[in-house]
Design a protein around this ligand. Structure first.
Ligand code: COA
Length: 339
């Protein structure tokens, strides 16, 4: 894992917007988050820092990696993706590099893609990265406070390899989507939607010249270049889908919640994690949360948390680990692993 040095407290945010430490802690559990260095760090460079550690711990070299899957919603460029920038930065061979755009479920989706290539014997060393530099694209005025207080920057990475032991590894992964609610948590612009999907205007194209449709001055003036979230609607769906997709993974493998050594839920909101824990009847030591320190880091949150519990020696060979995520799309996913 890699997180930037710059710690931003809730109190720090009150300089920019009408909010309070009390409100943020009570509603989200977040105490502080990290923000990347403005110019010195990007989503890719943070991903590379995490990747270096993952590759070293796997006992291999960057040249041994034969595929990259990079999950992010904050790419360095609109295109090309971050995967190719990792390939360049780490001087890897001319391997395949795939970017996954599945928001908060991005890491579980990315891991499941990598898992398929391992299962078919196509690749032997796959680098899977989740990284986000949210601090570059949030509305730090009071208008954007429901979103901007939640998100933080960071990166996590794993190297996925085949195992000789049939009972070890990713037992199954479960991926879902419901595009009906795509606009409830989204960044509409820049984009090519031209208000096609909703009667409600997502941006004002009336005055825009043909060459300005993608991102106009008016969109910027109206703050339409920032993410939008209907927080309560997301919360409601998240507390329904998280337990559902975790139970799907457990049922598929004839396991029950008490068999889980460690549940690592995507760090959306501490209240959501607490709800899941209660619903599944899990003890505190069976669930890992670090949103208090890092905020919601979208595709990076699961590998960050996984790295922490591994470094703390809280997961050992043979333990049952469950990863689960829910977010924009909506998309949601889980993976059950035998460590
Ligand atoms: C975003 C979230 C914390 C907001 O909490 P909430 O209790 O639902 O709050 P609401 O959005 O209903 O807003 C309640 C009030 O707090 C205000 N508010 C919103 N953000 C605030 C902030 N940062 N500081 C102070 N007040 C804030 C609102 O303006 C609103 O005021 P009003 O009642 O005067 O209109 C919560 O909905 C949430 O966590 N949802 C899930 C989000 C999520 O997980 N997103 C990531 C996807 S994985």
């Amino acid at each position: 894992m890699y997180v930037p040095k710059n710690v931003v407290s809730n109190q720090d945010l009150t300089k920019y917007m009408d909010t309070s430490d009390e409100w943020i802690q009570e509603r989200t559990g977040i105490i502080e988050r990290r923000y990347a260095d403005r110019k010195g760090e990007t989503t890719t460079t943070m991903g590379v820092e995490a990747a270096k550690i993952a590759i070293e711990r796997a006992g291999i070299q960057p040249k041994d990696i034969d595929f990259i899957v990079f999950a992010t919603i904050c790419p360095d460029y609109y295109f090309p993706g971050c995967g190719v920038l990792v390939q360049r930065a780490m001087k890897m061979k001319e391997i395949g590099a795939l970017d996954v755009r599945n928001q908060c479920s991005g890491f579980v989706y990315a891991l499941s893609v990598a898992d398929q290539y391992i299962r078919t014997g196509t690749y032997k060393n796959i680098l899977v990265i989740g990284s986000e530099k949210h601090s570059f694209g949030l509305d730090f005025s009071t208008r954007g406070r429901n979103i901007s207080v939640i998100f933080g920057d960071g990166a996590g990475a794993v190297v996925l390899q085949p195992s000789e032991n049939e009972n070890q590894g990713i037992l199954s992964s479960h991926l879902h989507s419901d595009g009906e609610s795509a606009e409830i948590l989204a960044m509409y612009n820049p984009g090519t939607h031209a208000n096609h999907w909703m009667e409600q205007k997502l941006a004002d194209f009336d005055e825009a010249e043909i060459g300005e449709m993608f991102m106009s001055h008016q969109m910027i003036d109206n703050a339409q270049n920032f993410p939008f979230m209907d927080g309560p609607a997301v919360f409601k769906k998240a507390v329904e889908k998280f337990p559902e997709v975790i139970m799907e993974a457990l049922n598929k493998n004839n396991c029950k919640p008490s068999d889980i050594k460690m549940l690592i839920p995507h760090q959306a909101n501490l209240r959501i994690s607490q709800f899941i824990q209660k619903k599944l009847g899990l003890r505190d030591d069976q669930v890992h949360n670090n949103i208090q320190k890092f905020g919601n880091t979208t595709a990076a949150s699961i590998p960050l948390a996984l790295c922490e519990v591994w470094e703390e020696g809280r997961i050992k060979d043979g333990d049952l680990i469950c990863l689960a995520a829910f977010g924009s799309g909506f998309t949601w996913a889980s993976a059950l692993l035998r460590w």
